[in-house]
Design a protein around this ligand. Sequence first.
Ligand code: IVH
Length: 673
Amino acid sequence: MSDIEIRIIELRKKIRQHDYNYYVLAEPKISDFEYDKLLKELEKLEQENPRFFSPQSPTQRVSSDLTKEFASVQHRVPMLSLSNTYNEEELFAFDKRVKDSLTDKEIESLEYVCELKIDGVSVSITYSEGKLISAATRGDGTVGEDITNNVKTIKSIPLSVEDVELNSSKVNEFEVRGEIFMSISGFNTLNEDRVTRGEAQFKNPRNSTAGTIKLQDAKIVASRPLDIFTYYLLSPNLKFSTQSENLGLLKKLGFKVNLNYSICNNIREVLSYCSEWEKKRKDLPYEIDGVVIKVNSIQIQDKLGSIAKSPRWAVAYKFKAEQAVTLLNKITWQVGRTGALTPVAELEPVFLAGSTISRATLHNIDEITKKDIREGDTVVVEKGGDVIPKIVSVQLNSRPKNSEPIKVPEVCPACGSKLFRSENEVAIYCENSECLEQLKGRILHFASRGAMDIEGLGEAIVNQFVDLGMLKSYADIYDLKHKRQQLIELDRFGDKKVDNLLLAIEESKNKSFDKVLFSLGIRYVGSGAAEKIAEHFKNIDSIIAASKEEIENIHEIGPSISTSIINFFTDDHNRGLINRLRESGLNFISSGKQKLSDSLSGKSFVLTGILATITRDSAKEKILARGGKFVSSISSKIDYVVVGENPGSKYEKAIKIGLNVITEEEFLKLISD
Ligand code: IVH
């Protein structure tokens, strides 16, 4: 393999992982700027080396944020995204590209509209007969997710509007596009509430918007401070002459439009708009991450058209990350779930980009040595793409006289065991698998959104349970139901919260095999690798029995993953955990293999009482194999309640709500295909 090919493969893998972090987990790990740099490098390498073209490369699609729980909606008109510019030169180049396609006359009358680039989540809202009938996320630009119920809770969005009239054409069928966001104060209040309830905090207003808009329960969405700025109205029968006219009409119809937009007569005016707002952004009550520059004339927009995923008539100007200066009080070492130690800078609290920060990541010891960062230093911090703050530089002239370079720790700060540093890796590892910090990390990963998705088992709760000795492994999570009383008596807990947690734990048993495999936290086995391995081997026993070579035969699975899998499953402790999870009823068989039909697709079942001819586990398997859902508690959303002998209180509740109660015989008929 040539160096170029190796780099291309590496870039594709990195970008895919960042896409997942950003779109699925809503937890970006790098800034937009760093992400764009990776993407641009890959685009360039692929263009220069067409023999390495791949239709699966991240350059060949618009990133997707699709998850499984929402219905898909096809956008009538694709939702494009914008290419980014970061400096004057790139803006001049955009202006030149636009002008190169225009006649002298068009250039003479050329206007740009500059709008603030709201840092939120884009949405498309459809109105029919003047009524809001559906709303969808951008998704991959062509197909989005139906989030109608959630969007309807946003008070600044009208549920119905008067007929739209433009140059004497009247329409009541149209689509409105805009950005849903959360104000900084709303975000801060929400986070304060979450702290009081012992829940994990959101990282920034954008993440909290992305997380909220994808909640399954519209009631919770309604309680969150979501808002919108709209920037476009589309209707096949309306012919706008300019973008500013479009904004004007939106405003007139009662949609919320950000009125800080401005019409610029040339690119110099655009530049001064950008630098003016780069300074003023910190005074806004909501976050913006740049400026969107659009050609004002729709006729010229149509003439310029689009290339692949972005229009030629618009561009985003992205602001540089905001910086602040503060004191680095101390460097501590955090132990992650794999045992790797990460240095963390404990900072004198400082206000930066909408929130107060007191910690910054230092990545690894090499980063500290390279930048010569020391305790007591005055440092410049930046929020990379407004995510986890990082230290950009040290102000050497303020360094205290007695300062000393940082020493690499020799023992684990959590458990005191000797640390290990391999020759070809920068990371330092604690190799004690019983180290409590590692355990907390492993449990948190197990319960996280991309894994078993156990709502309520966040950082604060996991720490509390581990410290109290209630969780000694992730397998213990499924025994918590026997400790209900003990849980209720804990700080910040009560009946309702405990029941919700236990319910979320039970529901997690429906997670597919690939998710279970990912949750185990095998080093290097990310969600993508877990999916491939689960699909190939179909069940856990085949993976345990597989040789290193058999694992590496899977496309894109290399030696570090295969070695790690073999090591994981040769460990008796891990094998014990798998057996316990299996006994608890988790899926260790790929439903792809078992899936027989879609005859129960979307239908949810609750079982109560003892069935005579079939065990509970096998009934569950049969439901899942036919596309159905197995749920442990009664709610109005349940389709069938199967009642056996000696049914419990679920039966009474089902009757009370008027659910469809069926006998074992009727159930057997349903699954007899
Ligand atoms: S126009 C082709 N206007 O930025 C037109 N987008 O990278 C594309 N955004 O997906 C959208 N404020 O989520 C437009 N005033 C604004 C915007 C805006 C924020 C977001 C939007 C879009 C992304 C483009």
